[in-house]
Write a protein of this length. Structure first.
Length: 303
């Protein structure tokens, strides 16, 4: 097997993804469902070793740089939030306790904002990766997902950010609410219809949502149209609320292909200059940047 110089880890609530690097080239990759949500503090090291044991050479320490919920209060070790405004990466890495002497695991801290109160873990690494690849870029970074983030960056710093529970609301409504009987599949025309309605009259969101169910009962509406419309309504309402972020700003969307494309299409309808970028690529670029802050020894915190 190829010799691994260091390991990057994206450790969320539900999944763990790891990449083994030879310098800056990925030579191994693996993933599991051993996310923070199913692990106790003493189980994190074993979950990591299950995926990477064969990558670790004997007789030397292999650095592991990890971001995400692994640094939460319920994670392997708490990596305290850094307050904005600040660079998205740079210092504050916390070393997780490891029994295996071949490992040195450094956890990237998240970011916090006092007013309005907000936090992020994991997204700061994607922001750092984007900024490393686009030096001098000022504007707004949109990170769609379970909890969408809108991040204003300027002069190399995260100035402010705002979170929307759009993805989680879509999952709850489409799977666990009365709307679950009316939505399935995807029809793009429904997304555009919902997007326009959500943007134009966000105060009508709660009523528009129930109309999806009523139209299914009374008019036999297409479930694929209905599901796409549900997504459009929620994203439209998010965009209406996030207008202070995207108005007059270039926007970079970082996310998975289909969801990122939905946000790009929505922003283009508003004539916002927008580009889309792969989330995994930005995560790895950010973790590579964080690697530059690793210590030579093994302190508990890296400043």
């Amino acid at each position: 097997m190829s010799v691994v110089d260091w390991i990057a880890a994206d450790w969320g609530t539900s999944h763990l993804r790891v990449w083994g690097f030879a310098d800056e080239t990925v030579v191994h990759a693996a993933q599991s469902e051993q996310g923070m949500g199913v692990l106790s503090r003493g189980q994190f090291e074993d979950a990591l070793l299950t995926l990477t044991e064969d990558w670790l050479p004997e007789g030397r320490i292999t650095p592991v740089v990890a971001c995400g919920m692994v640094g939460s209060l319920q994670g392997w070790v708490e990596a305290p939030y850094r307050a904005v405004p600040c660079p998205p990466a740079g210092g504050g890495l916390v070393i997780a306790p490891a029994r295996d002497l071949r490992l040195q695991v450094a956890v990237v801290p998240g970011l916090k904002q006092a007013r309005p109160a907000d936090v992020m873990r994991g997204e700061e690494t994607q922001v750092a990766g984007f900024m490393a690849r686009n030096p001098g870029w000022d504007g707004v970074i949109c990170l769609p997902g379970t909890h969408s983030k809108w991040v204003h960056v300027s002069a190399g710093e995260v100035v402010s950010f705002q979170t929307f529970m759009t993805g989680e609301m879509f999952a709850l409504l489409s799977r666990h609410s009365v709307l679950r009987h009316s939505v399935s599949g995807w029809e793009q025309a429904g997304f555009i219809q919902g997007l326009d309605q959500g943007m134009e009259r966000p105060e009508w969101l709660m009523s528009r949502l129930f109309s999806i169910r009523a139209e299914g009962l009374l008019q036999g509406s297409d479930p694929a149209m209905a599901r796409a419309r549900l997504s459009g309504l929620l994203i439209g309402a998010e965009l209406a609320a996030a207008k202070p972020y995207w108005l007059g700003q270039p926007v970079a969307v970082i996310g998975a292909d289909e969801l990122a494309q939905s946000y790009q299409e929505a922003l283009e309808r508003l004539s916002v200059p927008v580009t889309t970028h792969d989330a995994t690529a930005m995560t790895l670029a950010g973790l590579s940047l964080a690697r530059g802050h690793l210590p030579e020894g093994n302190p508990s915190c890296v400043n």
